[in-house]
Design a protein around this ligand. Structure first.
Ligand SMILES: Cc1cc2nc3c(=O)[nH]c(=O)nc-3n(C[C@H](O)[C@H](O)[C@H](O)COP(=O)(O)OP(=O)(O)OC[C@H]3O[C@@H](n4cnc5c(N)ncnc54)[C@H](O)[C@@H]3O)c2cc1C
Length: 129
């Protein structure tokens, strides 16, 4: 049995878990998905909160509602990917061996990596989204 491990239950990880679950030969592949949080935040919905078009209940959902039951779901912080050993180390010490690893842990802005952006004027006349 081959093991597919997906890191992150954001939009990307959740969609991929559902897609793979439908298309793979499940007698040959197991899928595990890992995230530190039990809740999924529908980020585009954030924009509508200040206008009361959406309420918190519309955009914050239990992630288990979106992951197929036969996909193993683990709620824990990911500490380290150990590619030499084909394994992922979680904060609780658990190690998950993988054959195929999908990294879907999202992204963050890095204004300091763009020359001049984070200097004078940052959050005055230069902003991120
Ligand atoms: C206000 C707003 C409006 C937007 N509007 C649009 C739009 O109109 N159209 C559009 O296409 N996109 C829009 N986006 C962008 C879109 O929401 C994001 O691109 C998308 O949600 C990213 O999904 P993701 O799965 O890549 O990452 P994320 O949703 O960030 O998911 C990453 C997951 O990885 C987990 N994770 C990360 N590190 C660890 C760790 N060490 N241990 C355990 N878990 C970890 C996180 O907990 C998280 O659940 C908008 C975003 C915002 C904020």
């Amino acid at each position: 049995m081959k093991h597919i491990v997906i890191l992150g239950t954001g939009t990307a990880g959740t969609m991929l878990a559902n897609h793979l679950f439908r298309v793979i030969d499940r007698t040959r592949f197991d899928i595990t998905i890992v995230d530190q949080y039990a809740r999924h935040y529908y980020q585009p919905g954030f924009l509508f909160i200040p206008f009361a078009t959406y309420r918190e209940k519309d955009i914050v959902k239990n992630i288990k509602n979106f992951i197929p039951e036969k996909v193993n779901s683990i709620q824990e912080k990911i500490e380290q990917i150990q590619p030499a050993a084909n394994q992922v180390l979680l904060k609780n010490g658990m190690k998950i061996a993988y054959d195929i690893l999908v990294i879907a842990t999202g992204c963050k802005t890095a204004p300091h990596e763009i020359e001049g952006l984070a200097g004078k004027g940052w959050y005055d006349n230069a902003f991120d989204f």
